[in-house]
Ligand binder design. Structure first.
Ligand code: ATP
Ligand code: MG
Length: 428
């Protein structure tokens, strides 16, 4: 006898989205698309795999992502490829490749899975979905404000605005960061005995990232560290102040978080995060910032860019705590067919109904069964109505229509009347 094969499982940290859960994803995606189109943002669809070099050059060698999180492999030609850990690099690569930044500005969004080899836990997965926005060609701070307003509107439309808080900071220009960096390193060296292993490693390569450390033993020391905001030049400060004034004028509250540096090397000037305290340690649902410098770094002409990415799983986790997820049933109408003649006529009738009422969700019972068992499935589908066809009905070219949700007498209707009745119900 053949040995039974062991069932295969998905890769750790990578999850199936089951049919039971996909409606809430679709609902969230639709809400997001609505807001994006209200601000005139266009979708760009990008490959999931890019050359490894793209991420190394853009994200920076000394970052969590490039140091330890990328899914990198050699393809059959020996080229080093990487499953995208984020969307900014690929989006910019595409825009440069296709000349989309030439004498024009762009407001773009992308959506899809990202891959990072992290330790899987609640809110942290190895395949996760991001919706990202990237804008090009606009120096800000008006566009900086716009993308924050857009996210604020999305939280409102999702009904989670009261669960999230906006944090902003400015990272200044690269020259300002460089001189601040020296001040910071001097400070850290005075407290070297307090630095953990990660921080010691970053002391020379990426000391700003130390500010981001979650290590409880380092918090008191970090709280006393010199603050980049107080070392900004006039232009960076003016940029930041105008952003704040715009948010103030529109009534968007924010916290200035002087230790918000973001994980990636390419940010400058405005950075922001939307955070919640309702998801434990994985509290950032959306993060972004300005990255003007990256464009030249990837071989483009000097230009401007700001964007953000939101983590869909974390937003859904927040939504699960509310009853805002207005989920639709699989079916509006479920067709029950019993008998050979009813099965044949029912399939044809269903097509007529779909022609007549586009948008109506009609499920036809397909695997036989008694009236009783088909009614059970009709009920489970969430349908409002059942169409009931037996061979008797077919002989008379009629069908029975029964409400599954409200007390209402079952009616028997000629096919043409059935179409009209359903049409009337569906459009009202
Ligand atoms: P974190 O500090 O949580 O590791 P990050 O700075 O690495 O986040 P970004 O690269 O800025 O995250 O990605 C933007 C958003 O994508 C995050 O704010 C988060 O909502 C989501 N995200 C990032 N990594 C993951 C992951 N491994 N699983 C699920 N969502 C994630
Ligand atoms: Mg991370």
């Amino acid at each position: 006898m053949a040995k039974q094969q062991q069932a295969l499982q998905a890769i750790r940290g990578m999850h199936d989205i089951l049919p039971e859960h996909s409606p809430r994803w679709q609902w969230l995606e639709a809400k997001a698309k609505q807001v994006l189109s209200a601000y005139g943002y266009q979708e760009i669809r990008l490959p999931i795999v890019e050359k490894t070099e793209l991420f190394k050059r853009s994200i920076g060698e000394v970052t969590d992502i490039v140091e330890k999180e990328m899914y990198t492999f050699d393809d059959r030609n020996g080229d080093s490829l990487t499953l995208r850990p984020e969307g900014t690099a690929g989006c910019l690569r595409a825009c440069l490749e296709h000349g989309l930044l030439h004498n024009q500005s762009q407001r773009l969004w992308y959506y899809g899975p990202m891959f990072r080899h992290e330790r899987p836990q609640k809110g942290r997965y190895r395949q996760f979905y991001q919706l990202g926005v990237e804008t090009y060609g606009m120096p800000g701070p008006d566009i900086d404000a716009e993308i924050i307003l857009l996210t604020d509107r999305l939280w409102k439309n999702l009904g989670i605005r009261n669960k999230v808080e906006l944090q902003i900071n400015s990272l200044g220009t690269s020259a300002e960061r460089a001189s601040y960096r020296d001040i910071l390193v001097t400070y850290f060296k005075q407290h070297i005995e307090l630095l953990d292993e990660d921080s010691l490693r970053r002391l020379e390569s990426n000391p700003l990232r130390i500010l981001d450390s979650k290590n409880p033993a380092m918090q008191a020391m970090l709280a006393q560290a010199p603050v980049l905001l107080t070392h900004l030049g006039e232009e960076s400060l003016a940029h930041f102040n105008t952003l704040k004034a715009t948010l103030d004028a529109i009534g968007i509250g924010y916290q200035i978080n002087t230790r918000l540096v973001r994980g990636l090397d390419y940010y400058g000037k405005t950075v922001f995060e939307w955070v919640t305290d309702e998801l434990g340690a994985q509290g950032t649902i959306c993060a972004g910032g300005r990255y003007d410098g990256l464009i030249e770094q990837l071989g483009g002409k000097a230009n401007h860019a700001i964007g953000f990415a939101m983590g869909m799983e974390r937003i859904l986790a927040l939504l699960e705590q509310t009853d805002n997820l207005a989920l639709e049933a699989v079916a509006d109408v479920y067709m029950i067919r019993v008998g050979a003649a009813a099965e044949a006529a029912g399939m044809q009738l269903a097509e007529r109904i779909r022609d007549h009422i586009p948008g109506l969700k009609l499920v036809v019972n397909c695997d036989g069964g008694s009236f009783k068992s088909q009614f059970k499935k009709a009920d489970k589908s969430g349908a409002s109505y059942a169409i009931i066809l037996g061979d008797d009905e077919v002989a008379q070219q009629v069908a029975a229509l029964k409400s599954l949700r409200i007390e209402q007498e079952q009616t028997t209707l000629p096919f043409a009347d059935l179409l009209n009745t359903l049409h009337h119900w569906h459009t009202n």
